[in-house]
Write a protein that binds this ligand. Structure first.
Ligand SMILES: [Zn+2]
Length: 101
């Protein structure tokens, strides 16, 4: 089924809002790209196979809203994973999925 509301792609660049955020330690071992894959709209860059949820209310395919990356070794999502957020603009339902290595 076609996604009805596809948001154009934006890369999200993190802008620290205080000193703690500005000085947050980086990953020790993760590859360079981990921590910079934040994105709004566009197509999700799934780490594993595509997982695209249907809305629990209307059963239509949900819109991809964005993906949020792991931050560092302390705030890591599973194994250098990401959080994918989907929503239905009609029903205001949302589903988030975690994928990791
Ligand atoms: Zn819906």
């Amino acid at each position: 089924m076609k996604v009805r509301n596809k948001i154009p792609p934006f890369r999200l660049i993190l802008k620290p809002l205080n000193d703690e955020a500005a000085n947050l330690p980086k990953f020790k071992w993760a590859s360079e790209k981990v921590g910079s894959r934040h994105q709004l709209g566009g197509t999700p860059t799934f780490i594993q196979q595509e997982e695209w949820p249907d809305c629990p209310s209307c059963s239509n395919k949900m819109s991809f809203y964005g993906q949020l990356d792991s931050l560092n070794d302390e705030f890591v999502i599973a194994d250098c994973g990401m959080l994918y957020v989907f929503l239905c603009f009609d029903c205001n339902e949302t589903i988030s999925i975690i994928q990791s290595y």
